[in-house]
Write a protein that binds this ligand. Structure first.
Ligand SMILES: Nc1ncnc2c1ncn2[C@@H]1O[C@H](COP(=O)(O)OP(=O)(O)OP(=O)(O)O)[C@@H](O)[C@H]1O
Ligand SMILES: [Mg+2]
Length: 329
């Protein structure tokens, strides 16, 4: 009971402090849906707090939300156990949020409801699901690319070589003078098949990265670039294979983007290996306006997220583009 002189007793003060420290919104509700008391984070309310106590959920909440809330209240009261209800609601501050309510019977005809904002959790779960689907799709697309390249390239050339060998065998019996020309043709088909396989393998995973590490691989990318590249920093020591691969692909894609889209005069590349993480940065002085949801950039974001790192693209139109990844060691 509150004291008549309005001064809180120590128990009341503790009770109040506990409510105020709660990260959730706390509601005490009557069996008919009347709000009896509020506590905790009032920014989660659908209505301004001063309108709530004494009003009924049916008057304050959208019909479907009020209905599922009251189902939870009825379930908690009839079973004498905790009931859980989920809904999405616009708060009185204007944000659309996802809520999880835990409703516990508190007294005869009365429940306590803890209203937890689970929007960030839901967003994170959705993002993980979507990125998982994108990673699978990217894997499938890559397999199709390899299948097409092998089928249209090396496979056709090897078929041609086999045909040439067959002809050579026939000519050896009838027209041996035609054999050298057929051998030349077979040899050049083989050389082309080899070149195509080499090209394909290079695109899969650069050998130089596995054999010699990030610094050598990045210097080679820079040498092949048509645009001037300034290398600000590169760690000479070996990093973990997944960090090296992610750093390499971030840089390779950012360089390809700068060459394709930026009309840049200069690209700067930097990699810094710190104790806890590696920072990768590629910046160009081009037209800016990059779209982080494009397949290339989104693919990088997913690759970095899969390592638990962070990825950011800053690209103001007219002010160049900077791509930055932080990869946990
Ligand atoms: N450095 C940059 N400067 C200016 N615009 C860029 C830059 N990088 C990307 N963009 C813009 O952002 C879009 C998305 O880039 P992203 O790398 O995701 O896709 P893409 O390069 O078009 O295709 P992909 O990488 O899948 O071959 C690009 O289409 C381009 O319009
Ligand atoms: Mg791209």
């Amino acid at each position: 009971m509150p004291r008549m002189d309005g001064v809180a007793t120590p128990v009341e003060a503790r009770h109040r402090a506990l409510l105020e420290a709660l990260p959730d919104l706390l509601l005490r509700l009557g069996a008919d849906g009347t709000y009896l008391e509020l506590g905790g984070d009032l920014s989660r309310l659908a209505n301004p707090p001063e309108l709530v106590v004494g009003a009924n959920v049916h008057d304050l909440l959208p019909a479907d939300v009020a209905e599922s809330l009251m189902e939870g209240v009825a379930a908690a009261l009839s079973s004498d156990e905790l009931a859980t209800v989920n809904y999405r609601l616009q708060t009185h501050l204007g944000d659309l949020r996802d809520f999880e309510l835990r409703i516990a019977p508190a007294a005869p005809g009365e429940v306590l409801a803890i209203v937890r904002d689970v929007t960030d959790l839901h967003d994170a779960i959705r993002e993980v699901r979507e990125s998982r689907a994108r990673i699978v799709a990217a894997g499938d697309a890559e397999r199709r690319r390899i299948e097409r390249n092998l089928h249209d390239g090396a496979q056709q050339r090897l078929v041609a070589v086999s045909l040439h060998l067959h002809l050579i065998r026939q000519r050896l019996e009838g027209r041996p003078e035609a054999v050298p020309e057929l051998l030349d043709a077979a040899q050049s088909e083989l050389a082309l098949a080899l070149e195509e396989i080499r090209e394909l393998v290079r695109g899969l995973h650069p050998r130089i990265l596995t054999d010699h590490g990030l610094a050598r691989a990045i210097r080679m990318l820079a040498e092949r670039s048509l645009l001037p590249i300034e290398i600000a920093a590169l760690p000479e020591e070996r990093l973990g294979p997944s960090v090296e691969a992610a750093a390499y692909y971030v840089i390779a894609e950012a360089l390809a983007n700068a060459a394709k889209h930026a009309q840049a005069g200069l690209i700067t590349v930097g990699v810094e290996a710190l104790a806890t993480h590696t920072v990768v940065e590629v910046a160009d002085d081009g037209v800016g306006g990059a779209d982080p949801s494009g397949t290339g950039l989104q693919g990088l974001a997913d690759r970095v997220a899969a390592l638990g790192g962070s990825f950011a693209v800053s690209s103001v139109p007219g002010a160049g583009t900077a791509v930055r990844a932080e990869l946990p060691a």
